[in-house]
Design a protein around this ligand. Structure first.
Ligand SMILES: [Zn+2]
Length: 112
C-alpha cells in the first residue's frame, strides 16, 4: 500500500507519494501531525495539507512477488515442483492482493 496526496498546483496536479505508511488517517495524524507541509518533487511547489488529503492505493507488485516465490520453490522441487510452486505462488499472491485491497479500502474510508 502506498499513500499519496495530489499536488495542489493546478499546472502540476501529480501524485506525491509519502515515504510513510499508516493504517488509517488518525494513525497518520498521530505520527506526522494533522497539518503538514510538503514539497512536490515534480514542480517544487510547497503546499500545506491535512491528513484528509491523503489517499491510499494498492501497490502493484504483490501478485508478481507471489509468482516469483512460487518459481523459487519450483526450482528446488524440479520440473513437477515448478508447476506446484507456480500454483502455490499464484494463490499466495492473490491472497496478499485481497489483503492489500482491504487495507486500501479501510484507509480511504477512514474507519478504524
Ligand atoms: Zn506539483
Amino acid at each position: 500500500m502506498r499513500l499519496f496526496i495530489q499536488c495542489c498546483n493546478n499546472n502540476c496536479g501529480r501524485r506525491i507519494y509519502l515515504n510513510i505508511v499508516a493504517p488509517t488517517r488518525d494513525n497518520l495524524a498521530r505520527r506526522i501531525g494533522h497539518d503538514f507541509e510538503i514539497r512536490c518533487p515534480h514542480c517544487r511547489n510547497y503546499s500545506a495539507h491535512t491528513v484528509n488529503d491523503v489517499f491510499a492505493e494498492a501497490g502493484d507488485s504483490s501478485v508478481l512477488g507471489g509468482a516469483i516465490v512460487g518459481g523459487l520453490i519450483g526450482l528446488i522441487g524440479g520440473p513437477l515442483g515448478v508447476l506446484a510452486g507456480g500454483a502455490l505462488g499464484g494463490a499466495v499472491g492473490a491472497n496478499a492482493d485481497e489483503q492489500e485491497r482491504s487495507r486500501v479500502r479501510i484507509f480511504n474510508k477512514g474507519v478504524d
